[in-house]
Design a binder for this molecule. Structure first.
Ligand SMILES: Nc1ccn([C@@H]2O[C@H](COP(=O)(O)O)[C@@H](O)[C@H]2O)c(=O)n1
Ligand SMILES: C[C@@]1(CO)OP(=O)(O)OP(=O)(O)OC[C@H]1O
Length: 162
């Protein structure tokens, strides 16, 4: 059987923060603001996996009121989320994510993001797809005020139960 989940996240772009997306630190004049490292892509991926599992979202498991997650490495959070999927007997079917950002240009960093996400999910590279789009200068992403990401995931189990 297989189950699906989707995730969506937004973080504000501000000066004085590193721009970490998909586990890659991208050279840029601004970075993403959050309680954690604000890795908007890994948050959307984590939320998609938790959604498929019926386990809520990352805010429930890693509250932004908990000092333990201050400046947390979102890759570590994704690894913990993936452990939950494995504990329930799931492996990755496939994962497709979109980064919505006017700038910076994501294309040069996407292969590295795919590698990082696939490794965290113990999956072959071809099961993971990451892409990027601008919003043609429209809205908060188009004005460069923030970056959004969304993800859909399928998880496969050889067992019959949810
Ligand atoms: N931050 C971004 C946004 C887009 N790309 C790549 O550019 C292509 C064109 O984007 P459009 O929004 O005009 O469709 C797109 O296919 C992406 O590959 C990017 O690298 N970084
Ligand atoms: C990851 C957490 C926890 O540090 O913090 P943020 O970086 O603020 O991210 P967000 O996407 O708002 O939600 C989840 C939070 O609990």
């Amino acid at each position: 059987m297989f189950i699906v989940g989707q995730g969506f996240d937004v973080h504000q772009l501000v000066e004085g923060r590193p721009c970490i997306i998909g586990g890659v630190t991208i050279p840029y004049e601004k970075g993403l603001l959050g309680h954690s490292d604000a890795d908007v892509l890994l948050h959307a991926v984590s939320d998609a996996i938790l959604g498929a599992l019926g386990l809520g979202d990352i805010g429930r498991h890693f509250p932004d009121t908990d000092p333990a997650f201050k400046d947390a490495d979102s890759l570590k959070l994704l690894e913990r989320v993936w452990e939950m999927a494995v504990e329930k007997g799931y492996r990755l079917g496939n994962l497709d994510a979109t980064i919505i950002a006017q700038k910076p240009k994501m294309a040069p960093y996407i292969p590295q993001m795919v590698e990082i996400i696939a490794r965290a999910a113990g999956a072959d590279l071809q099961r993971v797809n990451v892409k990027a789009t601008t919003t043609e200068q429209l809205g908060f992403t188009g004005r460069g005020e923030g970056i959004a990401a969304q993800c859909i995931v399928s998880l496969v189990s050889d067992g019959a139960s949810f």
